[in-house]
Design a protein around this ligand. Structure first.
Ligand SMILES: [Zn+2]
Length: 310
C-alpha cells in the first residue's frame, strides 16, 4: 500500500475505436497536480472536464457512462481501472471523442501506457476511504457487501449457465503488481445471442473478435484461447476496480460481490458516499512499502508538471 499521492511522469497517447460508438478516438493520459484526482477531458469540446465521480454517472448498462451538462463520455471503467489498479492518484484522461478506446477489451494497453509514462510520487499524503461499518447493496440475487479492513481485498462470484463460464470465484488482495498480472489483462466478454439486440440499441458498433471474447451457445468464436480459465470473473473484477474509482479515493475495505455488474458497482459507490458515518478518510503513516507502484524514487518529492506542459 502506498501512502503518498502519485501521478504520471510524462504524457502518453493511446488510440483505438470506441466499443459502442465504433468511432476512432485518441486518448492522452496526462500528469496532474496533487488533489486533482482522476478527471476526464473532452479535447474536442474546449477541454470540457468531467470528474471521475459517481455524481457524474449517467448510464450503467453494458458500460459505465459519465455525463456533465449534457456532455457524455462512454465506457470509462477500463481506463479508470488501469489508473486505480496501477496506483495512480492524479491524472487527466483527455479524449477527442465521446468514448474511450476499447483496445483489446482489457486494460492491458492502458497499463502498458502507464508503465511507459512512468509513475512519480508527489509531496502530499494519499487519503484513503476506510470503511468503518458494513454496507450492502442488493438487486434480486445480485449483491455487494463491503466490510471494514486495513487493506483492500475482494472476492467476486459469477454464475452463467455457459459451459466456458459456469460458477467462477475469485479472491484477491489488491496490489499494483497483482493487478497488472492477474486482473488488468482479462478481456471483456459478450454473448453472440445478444449481439443483434445490442446493435439494434445502437451499442457495440465497434465490437469485434479483436476486442471481446464472444461466446456462442457452447463455446467461443475467438480463435485465441482464454488467458485464464476464469478470465470472465477476472474481467468483472477489472470493471469493479474501475467503477470504484468513482468514489474519488482508494478504498480500505473488503468487498464480497455476487453476480454484480456496473449498475450494482455504481450503486455501491453512491451508497458509500451517502453513508458518511460508515467510513472515514485516513492517511497511512507507514513508510512506502515495496508495493508502491513503479515509482521513480529519485523523483520523490517532485510535484507533477501542470497538464498545460503537454
Ligand atoms: Zn469491462
Amino acid at each position: 500500500m502506498y501512502y503518498r499521492q502519485t501521478t504520471l511522469k510524462s504524457p502518453i497517447v493511446v488510440s483505438g475505436i470506441g466499443l459502442h460508438t465504433g468511432q476512432t478516438v485518441t486518448l492522452k493520459l496526462l500528469p496532474a497536480p496533487v488533489d486533482r484526482g482522476l478527471v476526464f477531458q473532452r479535447t474536442d469540446l474546449d477541454d470540457f472536464e468531467i470528474e471521475a465521480s459517481v455524481s457524474s454517472v449517467a448510464k450503467v448498462s453494458y458500460a459505465t457512462t459519465i455525463m456533465k451538462k449534457g456532455v457524455l463520455i462512454y465506457t470509462v471503467e477500463h481506463v479508470l481501472s488501469a489508473l486505480r489498479g496501477c496506483g495512480v492518484s492524479n491524472a487527466i484522461v483527455a479524449i477527442d471523442n465521446l468514448e474511450t478506446p476499447i483496445l483489446d477489451g482489457s486494460a492491458r494497453l492502458f497499463i502498458e501506457a502507464i508503465d511507459r509514462a512512468g509513475i512519480i510520487v508527489q509531496k502530499k499524503p494519499q487519503k484513503f476511504l476506510k470503511i468503518k461499518k458494513e454496507l450492502h447493496v442488493q438487486d434480486g440475487w445480485k449483491s455487494i457487501t463491503i466490510s471494514p479492513a486495513d487493506d483492500f481485498s475482494l472476492c467476486y462470484d459469477i454464475d452463467f449457465s455457459h459451459p466456458l463460464i459456469g460458477r467462477q470465484h475469485f479472491e484477491w488482495v489488491v496490489t499494483p503488481e497483482s493487478y497488472r498480472r492477474e486482473i488488468g489483462i482479462a478481456r471483456t466478454f459478450g454473448f453472440l445471442d445478444d449481439v443483434e439486440m445490442l446493435r439494434h440499441n445502437g451499442l457495440i458498433r465497434g465490437g469485434s473478435l479483436e476486442n471481446a471474447i464472444v461466446l456462442t451457445r457452447d463455446g467461443m468464436l475467438n480463435k485465441a484461447t482464454l488467458q485464464f480459465q476464469d478470465e470472465f470473473v477476472r474481467h468483472k473484477v477489472l470493471d469493479l476496480i474501475g467503477d470504484l474509482a468513482l468514489v474519488g479515493f482508494p478504498i480500505l475495505g473488503r468487498i464480497n460481490a455476487q453476480r454484480a455488474g456496473h449498475a450494482l458497482h455504481t450503486a455501491l459507490v453512491s451508497k458509500i458516499l451517502k453513508e458518511h458515518s460508515h467510513w472515514e478518510l485516513v492517511e497511512l503513516e507507514k513508510p512506502v512499502s515495496k508495493t508502491q507502484p513503479n515509482a521513480d524514487w529519485q523523483a520523490e518529492g517532485l510535484t507533477a508538471p501542470a497538464p498545460s506542459a503537454v
